[in-house]
Write a protein that binds this ligand. Structure first.
Ligand code: F6P
Length: 344
């Protein structure tokens, strides 16, 4: 069999571990040929490839990023994009494409499969953990660990100076990283996109906490968190070249407002892409490896139009349509029943 592989969207710790596992199972167990496409869909349309072998993938398990490179954008953005993908697949004798991607790439993959009959198999990737159909995505555990390590460090400087540290973490549409890192790092307040926040209430909570003798606090803000309507003015959003809203900045706004309203000294900390870089945790290496092996198996069973997923700790293939066009938001029970017991 000849299987194509691409990594799409933002990079994520564990991508190389998935590719390595696909290659290992394909080459060693079945004698398959695995072709990597460079720079996501661009590489498929332009036939830019990288031969992937057990030998070339050696040493990549702990490496962050992706050996294939990644880009946003898709064949659906170009008039002849779908035809070019189809031609590449047929001219190169490729049986199907494994797309390792987030919401955007999986949605594109589902359309290419359903509307254009292109054999696609998805592997869910994102540090945001916001893909429907799977209990977890790889990269999330690593991002939470990085954010938690940062919060641990911020506690000591916050305590030394009696400051409120406002830490902005990634999480475009969902507050998974913020909630988990906030819980793990002992934050006083966590603000997530799922629940628009009232800055007056945040300040009251911090003031009550300080009145109880705690003069330092950690506030975790997901980048996609928004104020409840009419409670706090935020600047108009800008967009990147693919039309995505450019996030990053709500933490500074929240920090400044807390400072003005409470008189507490505040500092904003933007963790940004640090959360996506570097080596995956052991947990993510194992999850990525399980996903990669399962993806190759599903490809051999010609389960095109599906995505490998973790459900109740079992890896299985589920329809790509379970994930396409959806966002998996935080289980609010985790926030109300557990997290809020520990917040200010
Ligand atoms: O989707 C993953 C993610 O890391 C989001 O949390 C974040 O908003 C976005 O990617 C950042 O994208 P870029 O790398 O294009 O700035």
């Amino acid at each position: 069999m000849r299987v194509g592989v691409l990594t799409g969207g933002g990079d994520c710790p564990g991508l190389n571990a998935v590719i390595r596992a696909i290659v290992r199972k394909g080459e060693r167990v079945f004698g398959d040929e695995i072709i990597g496409f460079v720079d996501a869909w661009e590489g498929v349309m332009e036939r830019r490839t990288l031969p992937l072998t057990v030998e070339t993938m050696r040493g990549t398990l702990p490496r962050g990023g992706t050996v294939l490179g990644t880009k946003r954008g898709s064949p659906l953005d170009t008039p002849d994009g779908v035809d070019r993908v189809r031609e590449t697949i047929s001219d190169m004798g490729i049986d199907g494409l494994i797309v390792i991607g987030g919401n955007g790439s999986l949605t594109v993959g589902e359309i290419l499969f359903r509307e254009h009959g292109i054999p696609i198999l998805g592997v869910p990737k994102t540090i945001d953990n916001d893909i429907e159909g799977t209990d977890l995505t790889f990269g999330f555990n690593t991002a939470v660990q990085i954010a938690t390590d940062a919060i641990d460090r911020l506690h000591t400087t916050a305590e030394s100076h009696d400051r409120v540290m406002v830490v902005e973490v990634m999480g475009r549409h969902s507050g998974w990283i913020a909630t988990h890192a906030g819980l793990a790092g002992g934050a006083a307040v966590v603000l997530i996109p799922e629940r628009p926040f009232d800055i007056a209430e945040v300040c009251e909570r911090l003031t009550r906490r300080h009145a109880r003798g705690r003069f330092a606090s950690i506030v975790v803000v997901a980048e996609g968190a928004t104020p409840a309507e009419g409670t706090l003015a935020v600047p108009d959003q800008t967009h990147d070249e693919y039309g995505h809203v450019r996030l990053g900045g709500i933490g500074s706004i929240v920090a400044a407002e807390i400072g003005v309203r409470t008189g507490f000294e505040t500092r904003p900390v933007l963790l940004g892409h640090v959360q996506r870089g570097g080596t995956p945790t052991a947990f993510d290496r194992v999850l990525s490896t399980r996903f990669g092996v399962a993806a190759l198996d599903a490809a051999r069973r010609a389960e095109w139009g599906s995505m490998v997923a973790l459900r109740n700790n079992v890896i299985k293939a589920v329809p790509l349509s379970d994930a396409a066009g959806q966002t998996r938001t935080v289980d609010l029970d985790l926030v109300t029943d557990v997290a809020e017991i520990f917040f200010a």
